[in-house]
Write a protein that binds this ligand. Structure first.
Ligand code: 5AD
Ligand code: SF4
Length: 452
C-alpha cells in the first residue's frame, strides 16, 4: 500500500508544530508528506476550535474531501480521512454524527498513537478514536525532530491552560496546564540549532506560566529557561508565544532588558480595555494593570513592539466599554494585532451569559477597532523607513531572486537575495513600507542583533 500523507493545518502555531510532529511520527512507519489531498492516501485535518467559523470551515472542508474520496474510489483508489486537533478533541464521537465518513478522530494529546490508530482502523470497520487526556506525556513518545529545519523553529515548552477565560475552549480542548522539563527542551533546542535553526520560538497556550522541572530538581520560570537557551551556541533570536498578562512576572519583564537575543516584540493579548468586560471574561487584570505591565516592559526595553488579541461584542459589552478598548489601543499603541467578534462556544460560561451582543453591533465595532489597529500598524511600519536594521533571512521572497527576512520587530522585509541564503543575519536599510511588509536594501557593514 502506498503511504502518502497530506496534512492541512488550521489555527495557531501550536498546530503547525503538532502537524510536523504527526508527520514525523508517521514517517517512522513509512509515510511521506505530499502537497495536495488529491495525491494522498491519508488526509489529516489538524483543526482549531477557538472560533465558530474555524470549526464550520472544518465541516465544509470535510464535505469537499468526502466528494474527493468518492471520485477517487471510482478510480479504485482509497483515501483515509483523519481529524486531529481541537475540533476533534471537543467534538469527540459527536463528530461522527455530523461527518460519519471520517476514519480517525484524534485529540492533541494522542498524536503519538496515530500509527496504532491507523492499524486499528485497517482491522476494524468503524472509526478509531483517541480523544481522552492520557496521563503519560505525548512528548515521551513522539520521535525527535529530524532532517533540515527552518531558520525559525518552533519548540513547544508548555501546553494547556488553567485560566478558564469565560469565552475560551482551550482549557477544555487542550486540558490542564503542563510544562516540559528543562532538560528535554534544551536537548530539542540543541538539535534544532545543529540542523540550522537561528531563531527559537517557544510555544505554549499559556507560555509564560511555564514552570518546568529544572536539572536542579527545582521548578524553573520561563525567564530562567530563556536565560539557559540564550547560552546555547548559535541562538540568534528568541521569542515566546502566547503569554497571559497575569503571568508577566517581574523576572520575565527583567529578562527583556537582560537577554540580548530576546527580540523586542511581544504578543500579549489584552482582549478588552474595559474593566467590567475583563472581569466578565475572567481575565484577572484591569486595563490599568495591563498598561503598567507595558510601561515596565518599555522601561527595560524601550523599543519593544507589542502585538495583541482583541474580542469585541463580548456579552454585556456596552458602547462605553468598547470605547475603553479603543482608548487602550490609542494609549498603549500596537505594532500588530488580531481582533475578533465574540463567538459563543458550546460549554463555555460566556455562552449562557445575559446581554449577548447583536451581530450587527459586533460587526460595526470590529470594523472601527480594525481601522484603528490598521492605522497603528501602518504607522509602525512607516516609521522604520530610512532606518538600518538587522534582518534575519527566512526564505524565498515574492519575486524570483528575492528573499524575505524579518526585522527584530517581526516585520517581513523583501530584498534582493544575491549572495544571501536563509539563516544569514544582514544589515538592511529599509526603503519602503506596505500594509504588512517592508522593502529593503543591504547596507554596508555588519550589525549584530541588539538594541535599536
Ligand atoms: N470568540 C472570539 N474570539 C476568541 N478567542 C478565543 N476564544 C474566542 C471566542 N470564543 C480569541 C482570543 C484569543 C485568540 C487566540 O482567539 O482573542 O486570544
Ligand atoms: Fe483561553 Fe484564556 Fe487560556 Fe488564553 S488564557 S488559552 S484565552 S482560557
Amino acid at each position: 500500500m502506498s503511504k502518502r500523507l497530506f496534512i492541512r493545518t488550521y489555527g495557531c502555531q501550536m498546530n503547525v508544530y503538532d502537524s510536523d510532529r504527526m508527520a514525523e511520527s508517521l514517517a517512522a512507519h513509512g509515510w511521506s508528506r505530499v502537497d495536495a489531498p488529491e495525491e494522498a492516501d491519508l488526509v489529516v485535518l489538524n483543526t482549531c476550535h477557538i472560533r465558530e467559523k474555524a470549526a464550520e470551515k472544518v465541516y465544509s472542508e470535510l464535505g469537499r474531501l468526502k466528494r474527493l474520496r468518492a471520485e477517487r474510489a471510482a478510480r479504485g483508489e482509497t483515501m483515509l480521512l483523519a481529524v486531529a486537533g481541537c475540533v476533534a478533541q471537543a467534538e469527540g464521537e459527536a463528530m461522527l454524527e455530523r461527518a460519519p465518513f471520517v476514519d480517525l478522530v484524534v485529540g492533541p494529546q494522542a498524536y503519538h498513537r496515530l500509527p496504532e490508530l491507523l492499524a486499528r482502523r485497517a482491522r476494524e470497520q468503524w472509526a478509531a478514536f483517541a480523544t481522552d487526556f492520557p496521563v503519560e506525556s505525548k512528548f515521551d513518545h513522539l520521535p525527535e525532530r529530524s532532517g533540515a529545519s527552518p531558520v525559525s523553529a518552533y519548540l513547544t515548552v508548555q501546553e494547556g491552560c488553567d485560566k478558564f477565560c469565560t469565552f475560551c475552549v482551550v482549557p477544555y480542548t487542550r486540558g490542564a496546564e503542563t510544562s516540559r522539563p528543562v532538560a528535554a527542551i534544551l536537548a530539542e533546542a540543541r538539535r534544532l540549532l545543529a540542523s540550522g535553526a537561528k531563531e527559537l520560538v517557544l510555544l505554549g497556550q499559556n507560555v509564560n506560566a511555564y514552570h518546568g522541572e529544572g536539572p536542579d530538581g527545582r521548578s524553573w520560570s520561563l525567564a530562567r529557561l530563556l536565560g539557559a537557551l540564550a547560552e546555547l551556541d548559535g541562538v540568534v533570536r528568541l521569542r515566546y508565544t502566547t503569554s497571559h498578562p497575569k503571568d508577566m512576572s517581574e523576572d520575565l519583564i527583567e529578562a527583556h532588558g537582560r537577554i540580548p537575543q530576546l527580540v523586542p516584540h511581544l504578543h500579549l493579548p489584552v482582549q478588552s480595555g474595559s474593566d467590567a468586560v475583563l472581569e466578565a471574561m475572567n481575565r484577572g487584570y484591569t486595563a490599568e494593570a495591563y498598561r503598567r505591565i507595558v510601561e515596565r516592559l518599555r522601561a527595560v526595553r524601550p523599543d519593544l513592539a507589542l502585538s495583541s488579541d482583541f474580542i469585541v461584542g463580548f456579552p454585556g459589552e456596552r458602547e462605553t466599554d468598547f470605547e475603553a478598548t479603543l482608548d487602550l489601543v490609542r494609549t498603549v499603541g500596537f505594532a500588530q494585532a488580531y481582533s475578533f467578534k465574540y463567538s459563543a462556544r458550546p460549554g463555555t460560561p460566556a455562552q449562557v451569559m445575559r446581554g449577548q451582543v447583536k451581530e450587527a453591533v459586533k460587526a460595526e465595532r470590529l470594523q472601527r477597532l480594525q481601522a484603528l489597529l490598521a492605522e497603528q500598524a501602518r504607522a509602525f511600519n512607516e516609521a522604520t523607513v530610512g532606518r538600518t536594521v538587522p534582518v534575519l533571512i527566512d526564505g524565498p521572497g515574492r519575486h524570483p531572486g528575492q528573499l524575505v527576512g524579518r526585522t527584530p520587530w517581526q516585520q517581513p522585509v523583501h530584498l534582493d537575495g544575491t549572495g544571501l541564503q536563509p539563516g544569514d543575519l544582514v544589515t538592511v536599510t529599509i526603503t519602503g513600507s506596505h500594509a504588512h511588509s517592508l522593502a529593503g536594501r543591504r547596507a554596508a557593514g555588519a550589525t549584530g542583533e541588539g538594541r535599536a
